[in-house]
Design a protein around this ligand. Structure first.
Ligand code: AMP
Ligand code: MG
Length: 330
């Protein structure tokens, strides 16, 4: 959903096929391929018998990222979201409409911490172009255009309406998760049972590593990219991390990053990173952004309140908070 044109190029960054021995479980073929899509590196790992059918499924899964970028990206003039943002009202396809509806539900659930109407704030901060601290007056003007309750839905005609001219929806905090879930469905439909889809920190696990009953996933430390915060053994789950190290600039001694508090228009202060584990990547993506904006204490309570959801938060001071440490470290 991010850099203009990048997904259009859909460059094959690295493609390799390898065979590995996993423990004493026997030999499995693992196919791993990375490409640029949605402004990030998407990596698909498939543990299967290999062959043409698997290749085609992986190809289709990558094409799905491209399709969803074309539907949702604010960098694509013809995307449904861009058209809505230009006109203030649009009858949408079922997929985009349902995603907007789900996003608005999560806004309400998170007390507005997660809010897809942050578009004018995202433009103002301009993190994609390096970023700059906005003038107070500009911040005030943008803030008047923010508020999920100013979006109305007509489910019959699937029309989304924005109450004020200049309002802009940005699905950057949920769209990647949706794309990962869709790509996972494509692999599943092709009969692939064991796979990992990783779109720059939005991870969906299908099944487990052959010979084991889990995939081992490393979560990076928010202040030391060379170190792992923790590694998690999980099967059939989604793992999504939002961090203040993803897009930021430093001015004075302050780190200004892309996770904005819709109440103030400023980067949210209370966390360095939030990792959410859930069944689906779409909701994990939105919950991670929401918990980040809430701050560690309210954020961990929020995650604990959601059935089937777990999480790890590193707060502003570097302390780690867990929904249930023993369970996650199992
Ligand atoms: P993520 O990396 O999933 O946490 O999403 C971050 C992106 O979501 C940002 O680059 C913005 O485009 C957008 N965003 C920033 N703050 C919020 C927020 N409070 N609610 C929803 N989306 C946001
Ligand atoms: Mg998110």
């Amino acid at each position: 959903m991010r850099k203009e044109g990048i997904s259009g190029l859909l460059v094959g960054v690295a493609a390799l096929v390898m065979s590995v021995m996993w423990g004493c479980s026997g030999k499995y073929e693992v196919e791993r391929e990375s490409r640029l899509a949605l402004g990030t590196i998407v990596e698909i790992t498939v543990a299967a018998g290999g062959g043409e059918q698997v290749r085609q499924a992986v190809e289709k899964a990558f094409a799905e990222f491209e399709r969803i970028d074309g539907m949702l990206s604010t960098y694509r003039e013809q995307s449904e979201i861009s058209r809505l943002n230009r006109t203030g009202e649009l009858a949408m396809g079922a997929e985009a409409f349902d995603l907007v509806r789900q996003a608005l539900q999560i806004s309400a659930l998170s007390g507005g911490a997660f809010d897809i109407t942050v578009g004018p704030l995202v433009d103002l901060w301009g993190f994609d172009e390096g970023g700059a601290v906005p003038r107070e007056q500009d911040l005030g003007n943008a803030l008047r255009l923010v508020g999920y309750e100013k979006v109305t839905l007509d489910p019959v005609s699937r029309t989304v309406r924005l109450a004020l001219p200049g309002m802009k929806i940005d699905l950057g905090a949920i769209g990647k998760g949706h794309a990962v879930d869709r790509a996972a469905e494509i692999l599943k439909e092709a009969g692939i049972e064991n796979a990992i889809i990783d779109a720059g920190g939005d991870i969906r696990l299908l099944g487990h590593r052959p010979g084991k009953d889990f995939w081992r996933i490393g979560i990076r430390h928010p202040r030391d990219p060379g170190r792992l915060l923790v590694s998690l053994d999980l099967a059939d789950r989604a793992v999504v991390t939002s961090g203040d190290y993803e897009r930021f600039f430093i001015e004075g001694n302050t780190r200004y990053h892309h996770l904005l508090d819709p109440a103030t228009g400023l980067p949210a202060g209370g966390c360095q990173s939030v990792t959410v584990i859930a069944d689906g990547t779409t909701e994990a993506d939105a919950y991670a952004t929401a918990a980040f904006v809430m701050g560690a204490e309210a954020g961990i309570d929020f995650l604990r309140s959601l059935p089937g959801v777990e999480g790890i938060i590193v707060d502003g001071g570097g302390r780690t908070w867990w929904t249930d440490e023993e369970r996650l470290r199992r």
